[in-house]
Design a protein around this ligand. Structure first.
Ligand SMILES: Nc1ncnc2c1ncn2[C@@H]1O[C@H](COP(=O)(O)OP(=O)(O)OP(=O)(O)O)[C@@H](O)[C@H]1O
Length: 584
């Protein structure tokens, strides 16, 4: 039941709608007390032979008015209460989405997409039920039940009413016990659903790989196991679910039997009329719904509670990277100075970076090379503030990057990551991602600089060509160049190409680098690459090895050093001449 208190913030926001809805519920509860009483009067008048046509007509008119009013009020409470619950679902979905956008990559490293999606769908829907059906059943069981019981006691026979209520405490104890069981099992079932969602999402995203390696059978088997697990856990929930109705039905039957036995005795003793007994049993019938509602209440609220706890746990994870108080609200520009003493990825046993120190003057180009896993991307991740927890300082434009608003820092950096992501929209919109209102000439210019313009013009729809999910319809090199165009459109102060030319041929690479040199002469560029040709002309080159700088200097200086760089260079020259020889 705590979840109703936890959702207090929302009930406060929608207090008008809930007040109107509950008022309409109260009116329905009161109005529905009329018909049994009128029927009781009619029966008594018929038994006594005193019923006139005029009186009968009057009763019928009252019944009709009560019926129409109940129709209207029922409509009203549905719109108010269920409508509000839909608004709650929207609010929580938005909270989750906003939260997801605030979280840093470390958050996504620990959680899987399918799991997060399950929170935003299944769990939100269970909480929505609590704010809709939960509130309805709470008030319906208390109000309707209370009014019916009060009317039975006051207008018919209080002793018989008390007798009829004898089994109710048993019902309360049992439903609350089932509710607790249900919450536990529902949470496990939701977790199993999250797991299955993960699997589905991953299989669909990795469908190409699954098929290429002929792993369909294994994948189906994995899915079947997870799906069976979901079924089994939901069956446990269903088994507890199934206990509510028979229990309440059974208790209601006991209550009815006791009432009939004692009611008959009261009639024989002359304490009650037959009409009263008819009215009493009709009221008893009216108690069916509030009693069932009481069962539903526990059922819905305990599910909502399990789901709200899951959502709350997710929302209460604080973003690891936050703006400091009074953060600088302008785009950084100027020299870049990196002084990383040591940095370890969360959960990793050993540092990914140590003693990485270099300064890059505004307008210079830095090349970072080194074998795979040597820490090239890790430096960029710190620069982009994906992780803040390191020893050392990175200054940009005279201030530590921690002192800028994250938004401003990122506006200053055009980052082309290794793993490109294109949205399922047009090529133009993909390029103009950071500024959708930019004139098409600028989009074309960025595409020309990235040497993708001609490819785009070759598509039948040109810039309006829709890119498939994750850009499946484009080649790796085309995707890379669209990502470069996207970054160039921002005209960033600092452009970072993280191994972003790996899928283009040497000629295109050279052409792109030439364009960059011509158009970005006053701006800073960082290029990481395995291919030395991409960084050879950089003002500075650092060679990363096992998380630290092994060598640094210009191409000529590094060649003269006769170390790792020269070794890599010679090897790549040899490979190139073998390739050329092969072609000849
Ligand atoms: N998010 C992460 N969490 C934990 N460890 C990571 C993470 N990203 C990278 N690492 C580890 O940190 C080390 C440096 O990785 P990094 O991505 O910087 O290498 P790289 O030089 O860019 O390699 P490549 O050329 O293959 O891109 C590697 O050992 C890698 O396994």
């Amino acid at each position: 039941m705590n979840v109703l208190i936890q959702l207090g913030w929302f009930f406060k926001q929608r207090k008008k709608q809930y007040a109107i809805g509950i008022a309409a519920l109260v009116l329905v509860s009161v109005l529905q007390l009329l018909p049994p009483k009128i029927i009781g009067y009619i029966v008594d008048d018929i038994t006594k032979g005193t019923l006139t046509a005029k009186q009968m007509m009057e009763w019928l008119v009252i019944l009709a008015i009560a019926g129409i009013a109940m129709y209207a009020f029922r409509y009203l409470w549905r719109v108010m209460i269920f409508g509000s619950s839909i608004v709650l679902a929207r609010t929580i979905r938005k909270q989750l989405f906003d939260h997801f956008l605030k979280m840093s990559p470390a958050f996504y490293q620990k959680r899987r997409v399918g799991n997060l999606m399950a929170h935003a769908t299944n769990d939100v829907s269970a909480v929505q039920q609590t704010a809709g059906m939960g509130v309805l059943t709470l008030f319906d069981s208390i109000l309707t039940g209370g009014f019916v019981i009060l009317t039975m006691a006051v207008t018919i026979n209080w002793k018989l009413t008390l007798i009829a209520l004898i089994p109710i405490p048993l019902m309360i104890v049992l439903t609350s016990f089932y509710g607790k069981l249900l919450r536990r099992h529902f949470r496990t079932a939701q977790e199993a659903f999250s797991g299955m969602n993960d699997k589905t999402q991953e299989s669909i995203s990795g469908m190409k790989v699954i098929k290429t390696f002929g792993q369909q059978k294994e994948d189906i088997e994995d899915f079947r196991q997870l799906s069976d697990d979901v079924v089994e856990k939901n069956m446990r929930v269903a088994r507890i679910d199934a206990l509510f109705d028979p229990t309440i039905g059974g208790i209601f039957a006991i209550s009815s039997i006791i009432s009939f036995v004692f009611g008959a005795r009261f009639i024989l003793a002359g304490d009650m009329s037959v009409g009263d007994m008819v009215a009493f049993s009709t009221y008893l019938g009216l108690l069916t719904w509030p009693m069932l509602a009481f069962g539903f209440l526990f059922n819905i609220v305990e599910r909502g509670s399990a789901s709200y706890t899951r959502i709350h746990e997710l929302l209460s994870v604080d973003p690891e990277v936050v703006d400091v108080h009074g953060a600088i609200d302008e785009r950084p520009k100027g020299d870049l100075s990196v002084d990383i003493d040591t940095f370890t990825f969360p959960g990793d046993p050993k540092p990914a970076l140590f003693d990485v120190h270099f300064t890059l003057r505004r307008g210079e180009t830095l090349g970072i090379v080194g074998k795979t896993g040597s820490g090239k991307t890790a430096i960029l991740k710190l620069l982009l503030r994906e992780f803040d927890d390191y020893e050392g300082i990175i200054s940009y434009g005279g201030h530590s990057i921690h002192q800028y608003k994250q938004q401003r820092l990122r506006e200053s950096i055009g980052y082309v990551p290794q793993d490109h992501f294109l949205f399922s929209t047009t090529l133009a919109e993909n390029i103009a991602f950071t500024n959708p209102t930019v004139p098409s000439e600028e989009i074309h210019r960025a595409a020309q600089l990235a040497h993708i313009h001609d490819d785009i013009e070759g598509f039948s729809e040109g810039y309006r060509t829709i890119v498939g999910e994750r850009g499946v319809s484009l080649s790796g090199g085309q995707k890379q160049r669209i990502s470069i165009a996207r970054a160039l459109l921002m005209q960033p102060e600092l452009l970072i190409l993280d191994d972003s030319l790996s899928a283009v041929d040497a000629k295109t690479e050279e052409a792109i680098l030439r364009s960059l040199k011509e158009t970005r002469s006053g701006e800073t560029t960082i290029i990481t690459s395995h291919r030395l040709s991409a960084i050879q002309h950089a003002h500075q080159i650092i060679v990363m090895d096992e998380g630290t700088i092994a060598e640094a200097g210009t191409h000529a200086e590094l060649m003269a050093l006769n170390g790792k760089y020269k070794e890599m260079y010679d090897l790549q020259q040899l490979e190139a001449s073998v390739e050329q020889g092969g072609e000849a």
